[in-house]
Design a protein around this ligand. Structure first.
Ligand code: IMP
Ligand code: ZN
Length: 405
């Protein structure tokens, strides 16, 4: 009997769901589960802007072939930042911070993420909680989670009843301290101080710094000194890049496009260890990046949403991703990329769905390609070499036990 398209889709989904994964680009507050956000908003009497949570864009998706990938809640770049303004009002005490951290870790582990780098901007979330306590809380929850994961894995390894489909590797977690570019340089320097201080503690989980936030605000160069200081202290760095349109060449006089181009060039010159998105690069800058070979954290659903590609394709994420400005070039060139979720709560996605989407949208992406991308992204991780080697060995062994689809 020949297999139907539905069978193939199911097989692909199951394969991807069970494979060990690497997540290098996830923002803690963007991981918040929608039901948790609603729950916290209720508890704390926070009014959530109705326009961000309505399904008014596409309500009738029943007849759609890929209905689970149908973009029912398109969120533009502006919508995202409206959401990021409201989430901290709900996550405003120790209990809610612990809760969203634990739930984020659990969600990644449930999707068989074996190595996670989570990032967050330290916040004074209320009068009695300092930025230091914010970071301490996340690190404590991460450490506890890793211990439970290790215990579970040991038990699973010695149990005779676990099957290949239920087994998964224990999730290892590391933390990146973020700088929000819509904040002040002073805040950025404070965050760098914290990142450096925590990274120097024994067995620290803090391995790097990130610059993100609203790309229309301020400039990378304002925050470069804070990032340079972190790098000098041994931290790895990653910078969000090319999220707004960039001038094609030096002759383009549109001030906004020219500024965006100067900014990308300044980021390239800084040469971070990784780049976030690198999305709207004109050909000349794409070629320059090819020379630099700085690994890119690519986040398919996030990119499709913030560029509103799915909206232009009638709501379909798969067709939206086919309009991605860079992805096909990177795949054709074997350019070093990792696949991330960015904000799984905001974009209604998860680590499995990102890889399935990639395989469905991009020509020639097989399960072998996915395995190669995942294994290769361990090389871009900010943890030490010992952990990278351990991850590569464990993941390689796991892949060898998986049946091909
Ligand atoms: P947090 O750092 O844990 O509060 O996570 C949410 C923050 O991550 C947002 O306020 C932004 O600063 C940043 N962020 C999340 N998604 C994006 C994105 O797509 N582009 C740039 N920054 C982002
Ligand atoms: Zn991001």
């Amino acid at each position: 009997m020949t297999k139907s398209k539905e069978d193939d889709d199911k097989e692909l989904y199951q394969f991807v769901a069970s494979m060990p994964k690497v997540e290098l680009h996830a923002h803690l507050n963007g991981c918040i589960r929608e039901e948790t956000l609603f729950d916290l908003a209720r508890q704390k009497n926070v009014e959530l802007p109705a326009k961000l949570f309505s399904l008014d864009h596409h309500t009738n998706n029943d007849d759609h072939v890929n209905s689970f990938m149908y973009n029912v809640k398109p969120r533009s770049l502006t919508d995202c930042f409206d959401m990021f303004a409201v989430i901290p009002k709900c996550v405003n005490d120790l209990a809610s911070l612990e809760r969203i951290t634990r739930e984020a870790l659990q969600d990644f582990a449930n999707h068989h993420v074996a190595y996670l780098e989570l990032r967050s901007t330290p916040k004074r979330i209320n009068q009695s909680l300092s930025k230091r306590q914010y970071v301490e809380t996340i690190l404590r929850v991460m450490k506890e989670f890793q211990e439970v994961e290790e215990e579970r894995y040991q038990q699973q390894s010695t149990s005779t009843s676990s099957t290949e489909t239920t087994t998964r590797l224990p999730m290892k977690c590391r933390f990146l301290v973020s700088i929000d570019r819509s904040g002040s340089v002073h805040e950025a320097q404070e965050n760098a101080d914290l990142a450096i201080e925590f990274s120097q503690q024994p067995n620290s989980l803090v391995v790097g710094m990130d610059i993100g936030g609203n790309p229309t605000k301020n400039d990378f160069t304002d925050f470069k000194p804070a990032l340079s200081r972190a790098r000098k202290a041994g931290l790895k760095t990653t910078v969000h890049c090319g999220e707004v349109p960039v001038a094609a060449g030096p002759d383009d006089t549109d001030p906004r496009l020219a500024k965006a181009r100067d900014e990308v060039l300044a980021i390239f010159e800084f040469r971070p260890d990784r780049l976030g998105h690198a999305l709207l690069l004109p050909e000349s800058l794409r070629n320059e990046l090819t020379t630099l070979q700085v690994p890119v954290e690519s986040c398919p659903t996030s990119n499709v949403m913030t560029l509103e590609l799915a909206k232009h394709m009638g709501g379909d994420l798969i067709h939206g991703l086919r309009q991605h400005p860079q992805l096909q070039y990177w795949l054709d060139d074997n350019y070093p990329i990792s696949i991330g979720t960015d904000d799984p709560g905001v974009f209604n996605t998860d680590a499995t769905q990102e890889l399935v989407l990639l395989a469905k949208a991009q020509e020639g992406v097989t399960t072998e390609t996915l395995k190669r991308i995942v294994l290769d992204s361990v090389n871009h991780a900010f943890c030490n070499v010992e952990l990278k080697d351990q991850m590569k060995q464990l993941m390689g062994e796991f892949f060898a036990t998986m049946e091909q689809v």
